[in-house]
Write a protein that binds this ligand. Structure first.
Ligand code: DWN
Length: 419
């Protein structure tokens, strides 16, 4: 197990952040470091601050959520994640902007909001389509958006910020929130704010990882302090309806395993076939019962044992392993499973905001991908598994040179060597 560091208290949630009902414990991951809390190289992992990390279930509205929250300023005040370095995700935003622009017949007079807009990747696509945009993001990533000419407000979003935005810029034809609703501690306030932004006529588009994908594919590395909520269509619909927003369409996207992409409006939809079908599927699958989630803790144990054994045997054979992608997921995988140097020697990442830093709770430093030329590891552990196809493609030379690319979850799987 990684060195125990100083433990700081988050604020304990004794009731559901969406509906207020009581919570049951699902899985206790102990004290873990902050996933994006990258540390200066050469500092001691034993000094890295840790926070309790427990998954809870609400029988009232089926929302899986964290049992405590960490101050958002600690999570996002020094945020190193920029969408543009997750190229597949950035490309998917381009396609989505063009599609919404077409299907909603957006014109120059229309306004698109993006909550948690990060470096403005999505909004820049709308700007290229001649649509007016406003982003909201309190993190340093927003500086990149501003540098690219994306108008934005550096605030933590909520109903008051929404009112100010509407009086300053007007109602939005569309309000996007991608991989951000799960980060919002004041869930009812944020959905009320979304309703305020779009009024009676506009559309809200939410993208968020699916809790069933988390449980069924043991995506334990996506459980971290930034993610306070883990949605199903059922729990998301409950949260949206509390603010008078009604889902009328849902699709699945693969930017982070399996995510829900949900379209909602203030008006009750005449027909919402895809939503109805998703809700029925989830109900048949026991989504509202604690039992549906109880196998997760055991599966996490099994996956951890498997990965540790794989890495230790490789080290035992004198083989070297390098992690690819200093993603938030990498921090959690390594810490929750107790993996560190020498079983994994270092990590590589192409984000200039991460290179030169250390993955918290571990001794792994983050180096530029170019170092693989000299290191030529026997094993490449693709910790940014949601980008595995692209990472293998851009490093085909390494695979053809004999390095084995593997993904860690739910069990260690070898990736085919590109022809
Ligand atoms: O919720 C969150 C999700 C949406 O995104 C955030 N809180 C943080 C972030 O999670 P993550 O860090 O796990 O995201 P990614 O997109 O899986 O991160 C991939 C990492 O891999 C980035 O640091 C960029 C890096 N990368 C690389 O070095 N070479 C990515 C690709 C595609 C590459 O070729």
């Amino acid at each position: 197990m990684n060195p125990p560091g100083p433990v700081a208290a988050g604020s304990l949630a004794d009731s559901c952040r969406s509906c207020g009902a009581g919570l049951s414990l699902l899985t206790d991951f102990g004290d873990q470091p902050l996933a994006n809390g990258l540390m200066p190289a050469g500092t001691d992992p034993a000094a890295d601050v840790r926070y309790s990390l427990r998954l809870m279930f609400c029988a009232g509205c089926s929302l899986v959520q964290l049992g405590q929250t960490v101050d958002p300023v600690l999570l996002f005040g020094d945020y190193v994640y920029l969408t543009r370095y997750s190229t597949a995700l950035a490309d998917s935003f381009g396609a989505l902007a063009r599609r919404v622009h077409r299907e909603a017949s957006l014109g120059g007079g229309d306004l698109v909001y993006d909550i948690g807009c990060n470096d403005g990747t999505l909004l820049r696509h709308y700007q290229q389509l001649g649509v007016r945009v406003v982003g909201v993001d309190p993190s340093p990533a927003a500086a990149a958006a501003e540098a690219d000419g994306v108008p934005l407000v550096r605030e933590y979003f909520g109903p008051d910020v929404a009112k100010d935005l509407v009086s300053a810029h007007g109602r939005g034809a569309v309000a996007h929130i991608h991989n951000c609703l799960a980060h919002c501690t004041d869930l009812p306030g944020v959905v009320l704010g979304l309703r305020e932004l779009v009024g009676a006529a506009g559309m809200v588009i939410v993208e968020t990882p699916s809790v069933l994908d988390l449980v069924d594919n043991v995506r334990v590395d996506t459980v971290y302090h930034e993610h306070v909520s883990y949605f199903s269509m059922t729990s998301l619909a409950n949260a949206l309806r509390s603010a008078g927003l009604y889902p009328w369409h849902v699709e699945h996207t693969d930017s982070h395993g399996d995510s829900l992409l949900v379209y909602a409006r203030a008006a009750k939809p005449a027909a919402a076939n895809a939503v109805r079908a998703e809700l029925d599927r989830e109900a048949a699958d026991g989504i509202s019962g604690l039992a549906r989630y109880l196998g997760f803790a055991r599966d996490v144990e099994v996956s951890g044992r498997g990965l540790r054994a794989f890495l230790r045997e490789a080290t035992g054979r004198g083989e070297s392993t390098v992690a690819y992608g200093a993603a938030a997921k990498a921090t959690m995988l390594l810490n929750v499973f107790g993996v560190d140097v020498p079983d994994v020697q270092f990590a590589v990442d192409h984000s200039p905001h991460k290179i030169g830093l250390r993955i918290p709770g571990t001794h792994l430093t983050i180096r530029p991908p170019g170092e693989l030329m000299t290191a030529r590891p026997d094993v490449v552990l693709v910790t940014a598994w949601n980008h595995a196809e692209e990472i293998v493609r851009t490093n085909a030379w390494l695979a053809r040179g004999g390095s084995r690319f593997v993904t860690p979850l739910p069990e260690v799987r070898s990736l085919p060597c590109p022809q």
